[in-house]
Design a protein. Sequence first.
Length: 375
Amino acid sequence: MEASSLAYIDTVYSADSVEFSHRHPDIFAVGTYQLEKPVEQTAVKESNGSGDESDDGEPTRTPAAKRKGRCLVYRTDGQGMEELQRIEGPAILDMKWKPTSDPSEPSILGIADAEGRLVTHRWDDTLNKLVEVQTLQVTDPKTLVLSLDWSNRVNPASSASLITSLSSMELSHLKYTSTGELEVERTWKAHDFEPWVASWDGWNQNILYSGGDDCKLKAWDVRSAEDDQPIWTNKRFDAGVTCIQTSPHKPNLIAVGSYNETVTLLDPRYPLRPLVDPIPIGGGAWRIKWHPSQSRQNDLLVACMHDGFKVIRLDGSTVERTDQNDGEAEWKLQSLELLTRFDGHESLAYGVDWSSAAVEEGKEGSYASEVATSN
C-alpha cells in the first residue's frame, strides 16, 4: 500500500533528519545540509606593486568547501505544516530530542553538526521556538559529528548522557556536570573508517553499539577502563553499517541497517548469529525506527535511501533457546509483511520518524518523513 502525503514543503537545502518532539507531538524539527563549493581560483596572484608577484607568485589556493545547514521547526495539525522557526548554522548530520518523563523539565533538542559541535536547544512554550542552551565543541572543527543518541530512550525517567560518533573514526561520550552543562567524558578510536552511527542499548545505559564503513558492528561498555576494547565485534556485514536501534518494547532485540539493502535482527547476547536471515528492504537503510506504541511493537519504519520509505511488520514470538539449558529465551521471526511505502520524493530517503501523536490518539498509521532533496 502506498502512503499518502499530507503536505509538501521545499526545504531548499537537502534534508537528512527529522525528529518529532516527545513532549509536543505536533512539533518536529528537520535538519538540512548544503555543500557550498568555492569558486576555483587558478590565476597567479597579481603584483604587489613593487614589481614582484605577491606571495612569490604562487597560485592562490582554493578554500575548502563549506558545509552549511539549517534547523527547520514545524507544527503539524495532521492536515498540513506551518514553519515556526529556522536556525542557520553548519550542516546538520543528526538530531534527537532528549527523552524525559518530568513535566517540569524543558524539551531539549540535541544537534550534531559538520563543525565538530553538539548544540542543544530547549523548546520555549511561550515563544513557540527553540532557544539555544549550549554549544559544545566535541572535537576539531574540521571533524563531522555524524550521529548522536541519548542514553535514556527506553527509560525517560532516568538520567541521560550522550554518545556521538565522529568522522575521525572515534566515539565521544558526553555527560552532564553538576552545573547542568554537557562535557566530553572521554573519546576513543572505535572504527577503521567513518562510524555512521552510535546508539545506546537503552535497557542498559552502560552499553552502546556502533557501526561504520569498516563493515563492523561493535558493542561497548562505558564503564570499561579499556577505551579501545569492545565487548564484542560482529564482522559479518558485507557493507557499511549505517543505523542501529534497540527495541523499546523487548530487551535483547536490535535492528541493524546497512548499505547492503538489508535489516538484520540481533540478540546482543549472541551477536554473531542473526535471529533470522537479513531482511531485504530494497535500498540502503539509513535510518530505522521501532514504532513507539506497544500495540505495534513489531513495526519498523525505515528510510531506504534509493528505494523510498517503508513500514515493515515483523511478526514473531519469544521462544526458549534449544541449544541452552539455562532457560534463556530469544525472539524469533515468524512472518514478514510490507505494510506501506512512500516514494513521493525525487532523491535519497534519509530522515524519518514516527509521530507520538499516533500513539496518543490511536492513529496507528501516522508517521512523518523527510528526505534529502536538491533544489
